[in-house]
Write a protein that binds this ligand. Structure first.
Ligand SMILES: O=P(O)(O)O[C@@H]1C[C@H](O)[C@@H](CO)O1
Ligand SMILES: Nc1nc2[nH]cnc2c(=O)[nH]1
Length: 291
């Protein structure tokens, strides 16, 4: 990966101009839907959707369970934009392309980014079907130097050396937990640390044990780059991981992980997740429709 792949302000703006010429919606909230979690977009009212292949600069989704559309609409009167399918580095996209939509959202006027993903549990106490409110992340590709902020800094977006502490908004995390209490679902709600690895392979047992020692609660192949770029440009961030499988940590265990099971579990919890995200959006402070 070279900085030559870096994307210019002009390229983000081209995408923004195209979208703004096609829709009157001016979203304040963007939602990135993880594997199998794209159904939330279907609940938006006054919908207008655009295939990634039609939007200038957008890459294509290639993963099963990621439809590949940007959907604008209203959730109980709040204007949102939903990514039905995200981009992963293992698909062959550069890290700049993976995070491209986030800067487009910023230029569209989005202030809050909600990210969701499917993840495997590392924490012993987690179960399949649990929902983890992300408190913090470990960005393995980032620690190894694969960072969407590599290259000349674009000061129009944010500072050269952005902090990464407290990135997952405390108030939104509390709001989410309070809503879970009201929904009566706290028995399968957790709060923990998400770790991004490169994928596309799932973890070896030794890797899973390493992640456990490092304090990781759930592991997946996405999210950290988008969150990093959102935080760099001053967006408020909230994240949820749906625990779709337990990561094998014992040589005695013959279970293996596969993408089909991940999609099945996502389906099982999709309604609850939709409700939770809808309630969060309804109850959070949004300076709506003042773009
Ligand atoms: O987009 P997310 O992070 O939800 O996708 C997860 C991680 C891998 O891309 C894939 C593995 O099944 O699902
Ligand atoms: N790396 C990784 N990504 C996942 N996405 C969903 N489950 C998993 C998992 O067990 N490991």
């Amino acid at each position: 990966m070279h900085c030559k792949d870096q994307i210019s302000h002009k390229d983000y703006q081209r995408s923004v101009d195209w979208l703004q010429s096609k829709t009157q919606h001016r979203p304040k909230v963007a939602i990135i839907c993880g594997s199998g979690l794209g159904m939330l977009a279907d609940t938006l009212q006054c919908q207008e959707s655009f295939k990634y292949s039609d939007i200038p600069g957008f890459p294509q989704s290639t993963v099963q369970g990621h439809i590949g559309r940007l959907v604008f609409g209203e959730l109980k009167g709040k204007t949102c934009v939903c990514m039905q399918g995200r981009f992963h580095m293992y698909e062959g996209h550069s890290i700049y392309k993976v995070t491209f939509p986030v800067r487009v959202f910023k230029l569209l006027g989005v202030e809050t980014l909600i990210v969701t993903n499917a993840a495997g549990s590392i924490a012993e106490s987690y179960h399949c079907g649990d929902v983890m409110i992300i408190r913090d992340h470990i960005n393995f590709p980032g620690l190894a130097g694969l960072n969407p902020l590599n290259g000349p800094n674009d000061d129009k977006f944010g500072p050269r050396f952005p902090p990464m502490s407290g990135v997952y908004d405390k108030d939104l995390r509390k709001l989410a937990f309070d809503i879970c209490k009201r929904m009566g679902v706290t028995q399968f709600v957790q709060e923990g640390v998400y770790c991004m690895v490169g994928g596309p392979n799932f973890e070896s047992i030794a890797e899973a044990r390493l992640l456990h020692k490092l304090g990781v609660d759930a592991v997946g192949m996405s999210t950290a780059p988008e969150v990093l770029v959102a935080s760099h440009c001053g967006m408020r961030v909230f994240g949820l991981s749906l625990i779709t499988n337990k990561v094998v940590k014992s040589y005695e265990d013959s279970e293996t992980t596969n993408h089909e099971t991940i999609l099945e579990v996502s389906k099982m919890r999709s309604e609850m997740l939709q409700k939770l995200i809808t309630e969060i959006i309804i109850h959070m402070d949004i300076n709506n429709n003042q773009a």
